[in-house]
Structures are given as C-alpha cells and as structure tokens.
Design a protein around this ligand. Structure first.
Ligand code: FES
Ligand code: FES
Length: 203
C-alpha cells in the first residue's frame, strides 16, 4: 500500500508491505542507519525515533500506519549542526560505544520538547525505555539535565508532514499502545538495568 509521510522534513511516498516495520524503511530503504536495531521486540529503545513528536520504538511501528505522520530520526537533529542534546552528550562523556545514543537523544528530545525544564526524576522516567550497556546512566542524566531549563525548543517546528489528513490518520490503524516490556532504570551507576513488563508509555 502507498503511504505518505515525512522523514526529517522530507516528504516520502512509499509502497510498503503490510508487515514492514518503520525501522526497516528507515535503515534499508532510506539509508538512515543512525536508527539502531538491538532487540527488535520493543525492549531496548535503541530504535527510538519521534513520530509526531512522540518517542516510539521503530521496530514496533508498522510503516503502513504512518500515513500523514512526521518522523524524526537522529539524522534530523543535526541538519544545522549538532543539536544541543548531542553536544551535551559529548561534553558529559555520555557516550561509549554509541549504540544506544541515538535512541537516548531522541527520548530526551521528546521530553524537553514537551517539558523544557524536567526534574531528574522526570528525566529518569523519560529514558527508562532506553538501555545502555556500557556508559551507564549518570552521565546521560547529567547531559540531559544540563540542557534542561536552557530554553531548548522543538527543532521540528519547521518539519511538517506532507499530508495532514485526519481521515487518513484515523483509518491508518495506528497501534495506540504497542505491547512492550519496559526496562527499569537501575539506580546504580554503570549496571545493566533489569527489565519488567508493562507500563510502556507507548513504547
Ligand atoms: S530494537 Fe526496537 S526496542 Fe530494541
Ligand atoms: S554507550 Fe554503549 S550501549 Fe550505551
């Protein structure tokens, strides 16, 4: 079926298969390999992208459900230079292998676009669906906190979907709450978080 949506502000019209996932469209068809695939089942958050500003696991999103949507990947944040969040991750040494980083940055962006001055607890809650196996979380939280309250604003204001049809959106069968298991952030720096089921906040 033909689906029209935007990716990082560029209008796309693609013929997608019923079971085709957004992550495959991004990586295999559009060459946007900044979106990583870890678990493929909605647990690790490595594939996090923004869909209409909301953090979503691209491995769980059917491409066929994207009619009229605006998708933002990590590539979309650095079109005019590094996003303040990306710079903050560098400055706070919140990156080691970097596999989790695109997803973490986009989860943080979704938070700050909605809540420009979150508390530490709110930051922890926002990234609870993103696993990091080598850096730990303290540097990540510090990086996000350094941007919080600094006037960070949605960089996607200029990104508009090519189609904004409520009728099509309503008929697209968007999965309101995809089934997922949600990792729980371990308070201990540098350890691998445990994973519990439920409470996925849409991811
Ligand atoms: S690859 Fe999508 S959540 Fe792990
Ligand atoms: S930096 Fe390696 S998984 Fe997070």
């Amino acid at each position: 079926m033909m689906v029209r949506f935007s990716v990082n502000g560029v209008a796309r019209e693609l013929d997608v298969e019923p079971g085709e996932r957004l992550i495959d469209v991004l990586r295999e068809r559009l060459g946007l390999t900044g979106t990583k695939e870890g678990c493929g089942i909605g647990v690790c958050g490595a594939c996090t992208v923004l869909v209409d500003g909301r953090a979503q696991n691209a491995c769980l999103v059917p491409a066929a459900s994207l009619e009229g949507c605006a998708v933002t990947t990590i590539e979309g944040l650095s079109q005019g230079g590094l996003d303040p969040l990306q710079q903050a991750f560098i400055d706070h040494q919140a990156i080691q292998c970097g596999f989790c980083t695109p997803g973490l940055v986009l989860s943080a962006k979704a938070l700050l676009d909605e809540n420009p001055a979150p508390t530490e607890d709110e930051i922890r809650a926002a990234i609870k669906g993103n696993l990091c196996r080598c850096t730990g979380y303290e540097q990540v939280i510090a990086a996000i906190a350094s941007v919080a309250g600094t006037g960070y604003r949605a960089l996607d204001d200029e990104v508009e979907a090519p189609v904004q049809s409520p009728e099509l959106r309503a008929g697209a069968g968007w999965p309101a709450e995809p089934p997922t298991a949600t990792p729980v952030l371990d308070e201990t720096k540098g350890t691998v978080p445990s994973v519990s089921s439920g409470g996925g906040e849409g991811r």
